[in-house]
Design a protein around this ligand. Sequence first.
Ligand code: CP
Length: 300
Amino acid sequence: MSQHSSALIEIANLNFSQIQSLFLSALEFSKNPGRKNYAAQTAALLFFEPSTRTRFSFETAAARLGLHPLLLDGGAGTSLEKGESIEDTVLNIAAMESAALIIRCKDDVDLYALQKQIKMPILNAGWGRKAHPSQALLDALTLKANGRDFEKEKLLVIGDVKHSRVIGSHFQLAKILGYQIAVCGPQSFLPENYSGLSFEKLEDGLKWATSVMALRVQHERHEEVHSVATYREQYGLNLQKLKSWKSDGLLMHPGPINYGVELDVDVNQDPRCKILEQVKWGAYIRQALLERALSERTVS
Ligand code: CP
């Protein structure tokens, strides 16, 4: 499949050494965010779906690089309202020669087909249920920045795995970096034909896990109605349950969080809770991804 070498549509587009290089670059940026400056160039952020963290994070990353971010935030005020397709919108904005196109969209947009038609890299900022590679990278960078050893890490992903684009990217990244993944939640939250390690009981999963990631319960996507109270009792994390978790690993959540469902707000008092630190690393890994795109453009 032809693809721009600094595009990131899925984690599978990267190899081990490219990921290590991105981590190094992000860590360097955390020490000196302004060490590279690409003034007079632009990065187009095409958010056809809502976002807080990913959008502001890419905007922060672009601003730190001196790039001017061009934002499309939903269809309002654009020719999408007149029936122009998302594909045609992307091709027209690409014709203005931004350094990179950062795209959040639904599953039905074919990012690989679009990438074949444009010369700048596409950076996937959340693609339907398919993939969210920069989220998986920022989670892994948070583990690395906290001194975790991927080869020994056992990451328990709790909750709505079936509707998560983050978990798919983690399955790909775990294969490259060497950490293990297990899932935990009600049977109806697991993907059909899932054959990996799973725990039905939270206490069993926590005994296995060295780090934990809770996922947002996407009530809006479930056909059957789930009781929030039952979910919270069986799988929701709170300070009390965390007290019985003996690991020195991290508690993460990609956001947005349903407080009172998958997490109680008191988990933020646990020093292992790194949710806002994930957000911090998100901006640096996205700066590294953009810098990779820019440095390639400079030499070509
Ligand atoms: N984690 C994440 O993608 O959050 P947003 O939807 O707010 O970007």
